[in-house]
Design a protein around this ligand. Structure first.
Ligand code: CMC
Length: 369
């Protein structure tokens, strides 16, 4: 009898097909529904990209208006969700707050159990609209600030920043935030998306799948890395110390946050676009010190290990410059990736098979009492 082959971490396993995105590490490209993500980041609004991920095509002006109209009316933080957020102590991580809030949003939806395509699209729009309200309010309450109500006259990105900071920042900041959300929106069968598909495959509702995905994204090997990058920057302190810090960290066998990737081995295709956005922020906020630290750590890491930065490396310091609290970075990733998660949930459901792999048993042989 041949031993079953075990692929630890499912490395190299193709679990299913998807039409939503294509990651090609050889050509170093990432396509959303066929479009290079760099082109989408250069030309599209975040709402257009959400529509593309859900429907497979970019929206006509009428389709975009109707998506925007549906979303704008649902941006306010509902009283029950606000109450749930307030119940969670500020000692808890903002990802725990967001996970709880999404659970409450789902539990309060009378159509939660309706998994028809239209109902799931409606839920996706609702989550897209309400997650910024939760993230913005949570950061504000931690700072002792009042809730800022949404503005229906603003686009998604501007309104998100308005609800967080009480004002719409300069165009350069709005644009860098828009780019980051588009780059974070979708990435094939990453751990959180796969989690959402596993949950959906049991025919559980969309909200359950998104709550599970938030849990998977929290870890520092996945979405939690953007926050962890900023902790590394704070630990290092200034650019001159980056090389020595890295030597010690590698000697201590630490994983360097923001570097490496399971799929990309020659560089993350999203990094140049996000790095360009970070550069505009560095100039806008006049922070050459941060740019120098970024460059020195990257140079030290690539010369010592040949391990390249991933998207979290430039997005962490970019969110810091925009004024977000470090613990809010991964919830921002949720706000973006919920578009990809829900697209995958709907795709999984359209052609479902229960995801249930096998395991090889290596416990004690059969024995008896
Ligand atoms: N720092 C130090 N060593 C590393 C790193 C790193 N960031 N990444 C990989 N390596 C080493 C690893 O220790 C291993 O060395 P050895 O062969 O001597 O044991 C070798 O490179 C191969 O790595 P691996 O563990 O087989 O790679 P993986 O595909 O299992 O891991 C990863 C991918 C993302 C978990 C890992 O690179 C990592 O832990 N990176 C830091 C966390 C991070 O930035 N995560 C964000 C991922 S991308 C975007 C996202 O999901 O948010």
């Amino acid at each position: 009898q041949t031993e079953p082959e075990i692929r630890k971490g499912l490395v190299g396993v193709v679990a299913d097909a998807t039409a939503i995105s294509k990651v090609n590490p050889e050509s170093n490209s990432l396509l959303y529904r066929g479009y290079p993500v760099q082109e989408l980041a250069a030309r599209c609004s975040f709402e257009e990209v959400a529509y593309l991920l859900w429907h497979g095509e970019l929206p006509t002006p009428e389709q975009l208006s109707s998506l925007e109209a549906a979303g704008r009316g649902q941006r306010a933080l509902a009283d029950n969700v606000r109450a749930a957020v307030d119940l969670v102590p500020t000692t808890a991580h903002p990802m725990d707050v967001l996970r709880t809030a999404v659970s409450v949003i789902g539990a309060a939806d009378p159509a939660a159990e309706d998994s028809s395509p239209q109902a799931n699209l409606d839920k996706s729009v609702r989550l897209l609209s309400q997650i910024p309200a939760v993230v913005a309010y949570d950061q504000r309450r931690r700072r002792g600030q009042e809730l800022v109500p949404p503005r229906e006259d603003l686009g998604y990105v501007e309104n998100f920043l308005h609800m967080t900071f009480g004002e719409v920042p300069d165009a350069v900041v709005v644009d860098a935030f828009r780019v980051s959300l588009i780059l974070y929106a979708e990435h094939s069968f990453n751990a959180s998306t796969f989690t959402a598909r596993v949950i959906t495959s049991t025919l559980a509702d969309l909200y359950s799948a998104v709550v599970g995905a938030i849990g998977a994204l929290k870890g520092p090997l996945h979405g939690g890395a953007n926050e962890a990058v900023m902790h590394v920057f704070e630990e290092i302190g200034d650019a001159e110390k980056a090389e020595a810090w890295l030597e010690q960290a590698l000697a201590d066998k630490r994983k360097i946050m923001g570097f490496g990737h399971r799929v990309y081995k020659h560089g993350d295709s999203r990094v140049p676009t996000m790095k360009a956005a970070l550069d505009t922020l560095v100039e806008h906020y006049d922070r050459p010190d941060l740019a120098a630290l970024y460059d020195n750590l990257e140079a030290a890491m690539t010369s010592r290990k040949s391990i390249l930065p991933n998207l979290d490396y430039p997005s962490g310091p970019a969110y810091h410059l925009m004024g977000f609290d470090t613990a809010t970075f991964t919830p921002l990733f949720v706000a973006a990736r919920v578009t990809g998660w829900t697209a995958h949930i709907m795709e999984q459901l359209a052609d479902n098979a229960l995801i249930r792999p096998l395991s090889a048993y290596d416990g004690p042989p059969e024995r008896h009492l």
